[in-house]
Design a protein around this ligand. Structure first.
Ligand code: FMN
Length: 410
């Protein structure tokens, strides 16, 4: 009986803001910024298509808060040098059809590749794992003055997101970027008030949240994407993560999205999972059940959801309030409408491999193949869900050359 489905029901996100259904498009870095790091018409078109696709909340790909700290080439940046007119067009396109459009704000910290950062910054001067060191320079530890400047940059970007018509913002606190680096005892070895105890390690994210709240007021939704765990020795643990969520909830944050992993351990993209996880599709549901014990604000679980029935079951079980999906929306921007109208809809994603493991890794197929689909949609072409991995590799080399294979992200 479709009228009892939770997936199609609306949900309150703040006292005054609600989402029209439970589908939440998780961030996918589109890499559709121009040479001044402004949104391009292609990016505007992509969100025009997505906002017509039925999803309740659209999160943008990560927008950097400082043009001297990029995570990827062609990032969009919103900082004091940004020209705001294209941001307004982007917001207009993405909020059609009563869609919530939240801008994801990010600083990469040490996860900024060598060809973009000669000297990336981080809480402490700890390099990434050996396997990544050919692609990423060892970072330098931030001074306290610089920490405050970054907090101000997050607040500035959020204020401009609000001013240009976005419906909310999401702090990127997951996947090994700067906020996550501060939270991790492995990456954060500081001995001042920004490191050490969990209270100190979470000071950075709390200050960012509070600075944003001061600028945008109480009615503008602020969310965070947070790791359930980093899945690495000495990293941010599930226990720490629950405590951070609880604290941010007390501080007044409106929504939490759960993911996991980082460039060193890319758990957010799946891989080998337990058979119980395989059945429920989503990678982080077990953890979400624990998070739910302390949370009253909306929770989103992202990673692995592929069928309307598993989504409905997750909502009914009470483990999550919204369903985060990313890759399915790159190959079918209308997939939310299908999931909402057909309770047996299933998404089939092609297994991506060239058959040569090293090449798959070097080409970062799990990311680049999807980026290519986003660029097709932005250029008003239909995505190609069956495009071969080899074709992507050949196309990439012919357009940007071997630089494509320099390590640039997970
Ligand atoms: C091309 C691509 C770009 C991504 N960029 C981001 C990003 O900018 N910010 C982020 O939080 N996650 C990013 N992710 C991760 C997704 O938001 C999501 O967590 C992950 O793909 C798992 O969800 P899925 O199984 O529904 O795809 C990206 C994923 C892909 C495929």
């Amino acid at each position: 009986m479709s009228n009892t489905r939770l997936l199609t029901s609306s949900i309150a996100l703040t006292e005054n803001v609600s989402a029209k259904n439970r589908l939440f498009k998780s961030a996918m870095s589109e890499q559709l910024g121009d040479k001044n790091f402004a949104p391009t018409p292609q990016l505007v078109h992509l969100f025009d298509v997505w906002s017509k696709g039925g999803t309740g909340v659209l999160i943008t790909g990560n927008v950097m808060i400082d043009r001297t700290a990029l995570g990827e080439p062609k990032n969009v940046v919103l900082d004091k040098k940004s020209e705001l007119s294209l941001f307004k067009q982007w917001a207009e396109a993405g909020t059609q059809n009563n869609t919530q459009l939240w801008m994801q704000l990010n600083h990469p910290g040490k996860q900024s590749p060598k060809f973009l950062s000669t000297e990336p910054v981080a809480p402490s001067a700890i390099p990434l794992a050996k396997a990544l060191q050919s692609g990423f320079n060892t970072p330098r530890a931030l001074s306290e003055k610089e920490i405050f400047a970054i907090i101000e940059d997050f607040a500035f970007a959020a204020e401009k997101a609000q001013e240009t018509g976005f419906s909310g913002v999401q702090i990127h606190g997951a996947h090994g970027y700067l906020v996550n680096q501060f939270l991790s005892p492995h990456h954060n070895r500081r001995e001042d008030k920004w490191g050490g105890s969990l209270e100190n390690r979470m000071r950075f994210v709390r200050e960012i949240y509070q600075a944003i709240r001061l600028r945008v007021g109480n009615n503008f939704p602020i969310g965070i994407k947070l790791n359930s765990a980093d899945f690495q020795k000495g990293g941010f643990s599930p226990e720490d993560s629950i405590q951070v969520m609880k604290t941010l909830q007390e501080d007044g944050i409106n929504l939490i999205e759960i993911s996991g992993g980082n460039y060193e351990k890319p758990a957010m993209m799946g891989g080998k999972v337990k058979s119980s996880t395989e059945k429920r599709e989503a990678y982080f549901l077990e953890y979400a059940e624990k998070a739910k014990e302390v949370l009253t604000i909306p929770l989103v679980v992202t990673g692995g959801f592929r069928s309307a029935s598993a989504m409905e079951a997750a909502l009914k079980s009470g483990a999550t309030d919204m369903i985060g999906i990313a890759r399915p929306l790159a190959v079918d921007p209308n997939v939310s409408n299908k999931l909402l109208t057909n309770e047996s809809h299933k998404i089939h994603l092609k297994t991506l491999t060239t058959g040569v493991k090293t090449l798959d890794f070097m080409a970062m197929l799990n990311i680049t193949w999807y980026e290519h689909q986003l660029s097709r949609i932005g250029n008003k072409k239909a995505p190609k869900p069956n495009m071969s991995a080899w074709l992507l590799v050949i196309k990439t080399i012919s357009t940007i050359g071997l630089i494509a294979f320099k390590k640039r992200r997970a």
